[in-house]
Ligand binder design. Structure first.
Ligand code: FA5
Length: 334
C-alpha cells in the first residue's frame, strides 16, 4: 500500500536524523507518524480497512525493531569521544618497604668491607640461640631475650626449638660452615621477642656482623662502626661505645649514634644526645671454642643491631610500630 510505504519512509528518515529519544517521540508519540496514521483509518474505504490496519501494524513492528537496535547501539557506544592525542594516565608505582630498602643499603655498605650475606634459620635450636653462646640452660641472662619457644620434642644435644630472639644464632653456625677463619659474615633475619612498645615490636629484624681473624682489635670494631655510621646516617653523625655485658662477647659494648635531630646536643627525642643502635663486643673465647676455632690464635668482633631502630634513627621516627601498620599514607612518604 502506498500510504503505508510513505509512513514507513517518513519514520525511517526520522530514525536516521535523530537519537533514540527524539525518534521515539516523533514516531510513536501523541503526534507521532504512527499515531497520526492510525487516526486516518476511518478515512480509508471500509473494505480496505482490515488490510490497511494489518499493513500499518507490520510497518510499526519493523520500525519498533529498528528503534530498539538504535537504543542498544547507543548504550554500547562510548559516552565520551576518545581524544587519541591526549597524554596517557600514569600508573602509580609502589616501592620497596622501608625495611627492605634499609636491608639493601646495609648489605651494600658491609659488602664493601668484605662481609658476605649468609642466611641462618629463623626457627633454631636452643643450642645455637643460647647454649653455644656461653649461656648454659637456666642461665638468668637468657631472660633478657623474652623468647618464644616452639612446643615439641627436645633434641638431646640441641635442646628446644625457639623463634630466634636475635641473629647471634648465626655466629657458631657460621664458624661451623666456614671451618677456618678469616670470617666476615653478615646475617640478616627476622627475630621474635615478647615485647611491644614505641621502640619494640614482637617481630623485628636484626643484622649481625661477625669478623674473625688473627690480630683483630677493638680498633677494628670501632673503625667498622664509624664507616657504617658515616655511610648510612651521613658524615655529621658519630658513634660511641658504652660498656655493657653480653655473655657471648668480652668486653661488650652498647653502640650509640648521635641523635639525628640535635646531633648530640640533647633534645626531647633523645634526652642526652645519643640513641642506642645495638650491642657489640669481642667474641668470647668460649664461643670461638663452640665453633671449633682456637681462641689462642684467633680473635674477632661481633655486633647485632635492629633494622627498625636504625630506620627510626635515620628518619627520626617517633614509634617503630608505624612500620608495620600498613598505612599507605605513612609508607608512601619514603
Ligand atoms: C642482642 O640481641 C645481641 N644479640 C646483640 C649482640 C650481637 C651483642 C653480637 C654482641 C655481639 P639486644 O637485645 O640489645 O642484643 O638487641 C640488639 C638490638 O636489637 C637493640 O639495640 C635493638 O636495636 C634491636 N631490638 C631488640 N629487641 C627489639 C624489638 N623487640 N623490637 C625492635 N628492635 C629490637
Amino acid at each position: 500500500m502506498q500510504e503505508i510505504e510513505y509512513i514507513k519512509q517518513e519514520a525511517l528518515k526520522i530514525l536516521a536524523e535523530n537519537d533514540f529519544g527524539s525518534s521515539y517521540v516523533k514516531i510513536f508519540g501523541k503526534s507521532g507518524v504512527f499515531t497520526q496514521a492510525a487516526k486516518k483509518i476511518k478515512d480509508v474505504p471500509e473494505k480496505n480497512r482490515p488490510i490497511f490496519g494489518q499493513e500499518l501494524n507490520k510497518a510499526k513492528k519493523e520500525i519498533e525493531q529498528l528503534l530498539l537496535e538504535k537504543r542498544t547501539e547507543k548504550s554500547t557506544r562510548p559516552a565520551i569521544k576518545i581524544d587519541v592525542t591526549a597524554p596517557g594516565k600514569k600508573r602509580e608505582l609502589g616501592h620497596l618497604h622501608l625495611v627492605s630498602q634499609a636491608i639493601s643499603e646495609i648489605v651494600e655498605i658491609f659488602n664493601k668491607l668484605g662481609f658476605t650475606l649468609q642466611s641462618y634459620p629463623e626457627i633454631d635450636w636452643d643450642y645455637y640461640a643460647f647454649e653455644s653462646l656461653n649461656m648454659p640452660a637456666s642461665h638468668p641472662a637468657r631472660d633478657e631475650w623474652e623468647t618464644f619457644f616452639v612446643k615439641g620434642e627436645k633434641d638431646p644435644k640441641y635442646g628446644n626449638l625457639v623463634l630466634t630472639p636475635h641473629t647471634s644464632n648465626g655466629q657458631v653456625r657460621e664458624m661451623e660452615r666456614a671451618k677456618k677463619p678469616p670470617i666476615r659474615m653478615l646475617n640478616i633475619s627476622r627475630c621474635y621477642r615478647r615485647q611491644i612498645d614505641i621502640s619494640h615490636t614482637p617481630m623485628f629484624h636484626q643484622f649481625e656482623g661477625l669478623l674473625i681473624d688473627k690480630k683483630v682489635t677493638i680498633g677494628d670494631l670501632k673503625g667498622t662502626f664509624d664507616y657504617f655510621t658515616t655511610r648510612f646516617f651521613g658524615p655529621e653523625r658519630v658513634t660511641r661505645l658504652r660498656p655493657h655485658h653480653f655473655r657471648f662477647t668480652e668486653p661488650s659494648f652498647e653502640v650509640d649514634v648521635t641523635c639525628g635531630i640535635c646531633l648530640g646536643k640533647g633534645c626531647r627525642l633523645c634526652k642526652a644526645g645519643w640513641l642506642e643502635l645495638g650491642g657489640a663486643g669481642m667474641v668470647h673465647p668460649n664461643v670461638l671454642s663452640s665453633g671449633k676455632i682456637d681462641p689462642k690464635i684467633y680473635q674477632g668482633f661481633a655486633f647485632g643491631w635492629g633494622i627498625e631502630r636504625t630506620i627510626a634513627m635515620k628518619t627520626n621516627l617517633p614509634d617503630i610500630r608505624l612500620l608495620y601498620q600498613n598505612d599507605i599514607r605513612f609508607l608512601e612518604q619514603f
